[in-house]
Each structure stands twice: as structure tokens, then as C-alpha cells.
Design a protein around this ligand. Structure first.
Ligand code: URA
Length: 206
């Protein structure tokens, strides 16, 4: 089975029990099916629901800038969400929805075989790490999940609400975390060139 076949099958199949109340448009995920890095968010928002693509609204635009700041582009990684349908009113997916979405997410991971999964915000982080600790504590640290490295990051929507770039701020911490992520990707032999650490880059970009 390829990712494309899995997407077509998912789009044709009725939603699993537990997801019936969510919006109808499937937001499956997109990017390089061979990616070393997979990014997993929470669930689609309104813009994603309308377009069928993950992270295309304001948070997604900030995510693109964050990736660009360490010379990454979304077509060389794979971006998806834990929950593939929009929760009503942009609320966070609940436990039941996360559990019901699990088989499809695991199937995607099996097909892509990423070496690193960066989790954005509490919902995907707590899912993979089976913890109730929050992202403020966990971000920027490496964890093992079935031999895949899990790397929690702040959710870009949180950074939109906390725009300061002062030392110690969430955005400043995100920049530190992204540099570590890029270094780790480079050490895996990433397709991109090594990052020349340049703090001006963050100022210009996000
Ligand atoms: N927030 C998410 O967690 N995922 C998206 O796709 C968009 C916003």
C-alpha cells in the first residue's frame, strides 16, 4: 500500500467510531513520502478543513517561516495531524478522537518510516510520550518511541499568541529547538546542506 492508496481508501471509508461528530473533509497529510522528518500537529482548523491540506492557515504560515529559518521546506518533510478531521470550533481533539485516529496515524508512520517525529503542542506530544507533562517542560528534548526519535516543539498557534522574541520567550526557545533539530537532521545525512547558525535569520523570519 502506498500513502496515496491509503489516502484514497480513507477518503472513501466512513469515519471510524468516535470521529462521527467531526467535520467531513479529510486532511490526510502531505509532503515527502520518504521524509526523515515527520511533523505531527493536533488537528485541522478551518482553513485546513476547507482546503484539505494541513497547516495552511495562520499557524501554518508561521510554521513555514520557522522551517525556512533553518533551511527546511515542507516538500522535504511530511506534515500531518493526529486527528484528520476538524474538531468543531477549533477545539483541541479529545482523548476519544485521538484514540480513534491512531490506526491511520500508525499506518502513515509505517509507510513513511521517519527517523524523527516532531510533535507540535500538547496533544501529539502527550499521545506519543504517554505523559500528562506539558509542552513547556518537554519541548526541545529527545525521546525514544519504537526507535523513532520524538522531538516536542511548541505549536505555532501558541507562538502567534506569544509574539515576543526576547531571550527566554517561547519564540526564542523555538529558535533554539529548531537549530538542534536541524543539526540532528544533518547528522542523519539530510538532503539539505548543513545549517550555518546565524541568529539574524530568526529575526528576519519569525
Ligand atoms: N493546527 C494544527 O494543529 N494543525 C493544522 O493542520 C492547522 C492548525
Amino acid at each position: 500500500m502506498t500513502l496515496e492508496q491509503l489516502e484514497a481508501l480513507t477518503a472513501e471509508t466512513a469515519k471510524p467510531a468516535g470521529l462521527e461528530d467531526l467535520s467531513n473533509n479529510l486532511v490526510f497529510g502531505e509532503g515527502d513520502p520518504d521524509a526523515k522528518l515527520m511533523i505531527v500537529g493536533e488537528g485541522p482548523g478551518e482553513d485546513e478543513d476547507l482546503s484539505g491540506r494541513p497547516f495552511v492557515g495562520r499557524a501554518g504560515q508561521l510554521l513555514d517561516k520557522i522551517l525556512e529559518s533553518v533551511k527546511l521546506h515542507r516538500d522535504e518533510i511530511y506534515i500531518t495531524n493526529i486527528v484528520k478531521y476538524r474538531p468543531p470550533g477549533n477545539r483541541n481533539p479529545n482523548q476519544q478522537e485521538v484514540q480513534a485516529s491512531e490506526p491511520l496515524l500508525l499506518e502513515q508512520i509505517k509507510l513513511i518510516r521517519p527517523q524523527i517525529i516532531a510533535t507540535l503542542g500538547n496533544v501529539p506530544t502527550q499521545y506519543f510520550l504517554k505523559t500528562t507533562d506539558g509542552i513547556t517542560k518537554l519541548h526541545g528534548n529527545w525521546f525514544d518511541w519504537h526507535s523513532v526519535k520524538i522531538y516536542p516543539l511548541y505549536h505555532p498557534a501558541y507562538l502567534l499568541r506569544n509574539p515576543s522574541r526576547e531571550k527566554g520567550s517561547p519564540k526564542w526557545q523555538m529558535w533554539e529547538d529548531m537549530k538542534k533539530l536541524k543539526e540532528s537532521l544533518d547528522s542523519l545525512g539530510s538532503k539539505e546542506g548543513k545549517l550555518v547558525i546565524d541568529n539574524a535569520q530568526q529575526d528576519a523570519l519569525f
